[in-house]
Design a protein around this ligand. Structure first.
Ligand SMILES: [Zn+2]
Length: 333
């Protein structure tokens, strides 16, 4: 099987103005790891740049925000002492506490800072990311120590409303549970060779490969399930609980580069998932997906359609190779 499987689809039609036959070419690509399909469409302007006044929305939402410094201690829950004696985890300015609206046995929210209610993508620095990721690593370790069967950890983000975030104040979300999510289950079931073969194929192809920041490999997804989707792989690590300070900092460096590039592309909303597996999963490679989401706008178009939600099939009009061109050599050391 080819690592980078693609099929050309030709959609023929008669042009409504000229009556001439025209053909639209669509590339159907198959994800080398999970087998998900992705349709790479001609550029149709489906993801317009942000022209929304985020600062105004920040001012509007701040007075009642439960994650802001004036309210965070009174309005957010605490962990039971079996997880964390002082109830919250913190590193630098970042603070992690239980998600009031839990999605899992252990469901965490971590703000970059109680003082940063307004944090556009260009301002999410390596330091803010490293501190926030560090709270998630501490949380995953504490849960594992308290409940050894909770072995499936992930670090995630819904950033801004279009990505699924119900609160404006920027934050990450952690999940640690006894059961995997669907994607964790799919990825953890792969043989070690699948990860190395994919990385080798992308290094050889070059056009989507972004670089290695030391211990982390970055590339643009060959078959994205969401717009401008990037992936990172951390060989030799399986769970977020295994990230030491150096790796957390390196990962934060890469994420800051990626979010800076998104900002330049005009995006202000994203999803992130760092998919962990149980620490003893042989051959698993800790990996993440980062994807842009539609911008806030009145009567905006969602980038998640029947294809993504119900067929598990991506459809993007920004070619992955164009995303790699826009990101350029910023990941190259
Ligand atoms: Zn806030």
């Amino acid at each position: 099987m080819s690592e980078l499987e693609r099929h050309l689809l030709n959609a023929r039609m008669l042009d409504p103005a000229s009556g001439e036959e025209t053909t639209t070419r669509i590339e159907l690509r198959i994800d080398p790891l999970t087998g998900h399909g992705s349709r790479v469409l001609p550029d149709r302007g489906l993801m317009p740049r942000s022209d929304f006044d985020l600062a105004a929305l920040a001012r509007e939402t701040a007075p009642t925000c439960p994650f802001c410094a004036e309210r965070i201690e009174h309005l957010t829950p605490l962990w039971p002492a079996s997880i964390e004696a002082i109830g919250r985890f913190s590193h630098g300015e970042a603070v992690l506490f239980p998600n009031l609206h839990a999605y899992a046995t252990y469901s965490a929210v971590s703000v970059y800072s109680p003082d940063l209610h307004y944090l556009p993508l260009a301002a999410i620095s390596e330091r803010l990311l490293a501190d926030n990721l560090a709270t998630q690593v501490s949380f995953a370790r504490a849960v594992l120590a308290a409940d050894a069967a909770a072995r499936w950890a992930s670090i995630n983000a819904n950033h801004m409303l279009p990505s699924g975030s119900s609160l404006f104040h920027p934050h990450l979300q952690g999940i640690v549970d006894h059961h995997p999510t669907t994607m964790q289950r799919l990825l953890a079931g792969l043989a070690a060779e699948r990860f190395t073969a994919y990385l080798d194929a992308e290094r050889r192809a070059g056009e989507r490969y972004l670089g290695n920041t030391g211990a982390v490999e970055w590339l643009v997804s060959f078959a994205p399930i969401a717009p401008a989707e990037l992936r990172a792989f951390i060989p030799g690590r399986v769970s977020p609980s295994q990230l030491d300070t150096a790796l957390t900092t390196e990962l934060a460096h890469g994420l800051a580069l990626a979010l800076g590039a998104y900002s330049e592309m005009g995006f202000e909303s994203f999803n992130l998932a760092l998919y962990g597996a149980p620490a003893d999963t042989t051959g698993y490679m800790l990996n993440l997906r980062l994807a842009a989401r539609s911008n806030l706008k009145n009567l905006y178009r969602s980038d998640s359609t029947f294809l993504e939600r119900l067929h598990w099939e991506g459809a993007v009009d920004i070619a992955p190779e164009h995303v790699a061109e826009l990101i350029g050599d910023r990941f190259k050391l």
